[in-house]
Design a protein around this ligand. Structure first.
Ligand code: NAD
Length: 299
């Protein structure tokens, strides 16, 4: 066995929660209420229910208020849009998130576009995506933000490295690639200035591409697809995948074989997943702080 470092998310998630709790308390003393997240869950997808419960519990631990709007699968797009409109106009709501996926009868894009961009704590609104693309992010999507935080905490400098991101989703792959390539780090002292390749389901000869990576981020949703022979010796490997195989959670990386060749690797569970929720808390707090600052300067 080589000395691959295991990059655990939990200590960083806990430190983030503590910091959010401290700042949320300060804000509450100032404005008389805690930062507030409104979450919308449509339908009864079991994984989504677990994710939303975890988010609620994390809010509670960090001193944020959360309210989950649980709607039946048969909810119409119109009704969902009118709930969003109501939350957009509610000055006591700082952050809004719609748990994905939505039932097929509802157009995801239309719904995400309807969220007030200043309350879009998931960072999926086109305005926030555009700001991120231009290197002046407001809300960075939580999973890529957690990965930046993980790399910063472990003092992993990616400047000049070749980063390969496997996956091009709007939620993980695309924002991750943009963030790693940017000149100015999205978080102070965080990673930036990597040379980035995006690989996806139509990439021919994926192993040749992944073997070029100094930093390999995998968000494909394919259990254990990245094996040791696809990884350069000494690479840093970030596994975003969450797949259930025979009742067990596994990543997109074959952890046991890849840890033998990598310099550092995230486990699943216990790696990136822990950070995603912590970053949601941070984005919600930032939304509340920005709202409070805008309100006080308007008086
Ligand atoms: P997605 O299905 O939207 O996108 C998957 C991407 O992977 C696509 O762009 C596709 O082109 C690419 N891909 C699929 N098969 C491939 C293959 N064989 N070779 C190369 N590329 C391939 O998924 P997503 O929302 O980006 O999520 C990806 C994974 O990350 C899933 O397992 C998801 O559960 C997990 N996830 C984890 C967190 C977390 O907090 N850890 C957050 C979001 C998503």
């Amino acid at each position: 066995m080589t000395g691959s470092t295991i990059l655990y998310g939990k200590p960083i998630a806990e430190a983030t929660e503590n910091e959010v709790r401290r700042r949320a308390e300060l804000l509450r003393n100032r404005i008389g209420r805690a930062p507030r997240l409104a979450a919308i869950l449509v339908g009864d997808d079991p994984a989504s229910r677990v994710y939303v419960r975890n988010k609620e519990a994390a809010c509670q631990r960090a001193g944020l208020e959360s309210h989950v709007h649980r709607l039946p699968t048969a909810t119409s797009e119109e009704d969902l849009l009118s709930l969003i409109e109501q939350l957009n106009g509610d000055s006591n709501v700082d952050g809004i998130l719609v748990q994905l996926p939505l039932p097929e009868s509802i157009d995801e894009r239309t719904v995400l576009d309807a969220i007030d961009p200043t309350k879009d704590v998931d960072g999926f609104h086109p305005l926030n995506v555009g700001l991120l693309a231009q290197g002046r992010p407001r809300f960075v999507p939580c999973t890529p933000l957690g990965i930046l935080e993980l790399l910063r905490s472990h003092q992993i400098d990616v400047a000049g490295c070749h980063a390969v991101v496997v996956g091009r989703s709007d939620i993980v792959g695309k924002p991750m690639a943009l963030l790693l390539a940017q000149r100015r780090p999205a978080i102070e002292g965080g990673p930036a200035n990597a040379t980035v390749t995006i690989a996806h389901s139509r990439t021919p000869d994926l192993p040749t591409v992944t073997r070029q990576a100094d930093l390999l981020v995998v968000a494909a949703g394919q259990p254990r697809m990245i094996t040791a022979d696809m990884v350069r010796h000494g690479a840093i490997v970030i596994d975003v995948g969450i797949n259930r195989v025979d009742g067990k959670l596994v990543g997109d990386v074959d952890f046991e074989s890849v840890r033998e060749v990598s310099r550092a690797i995230t486990p699943v569970p216990g790696g990136v997943g822990k950070l995603t929720v912590a970053m949601l808390l941070r984005n919600t707090l930032s939304a509340a702080e920005a709202r409070a600052a805008a309100t006080s300067s308007a008086v």
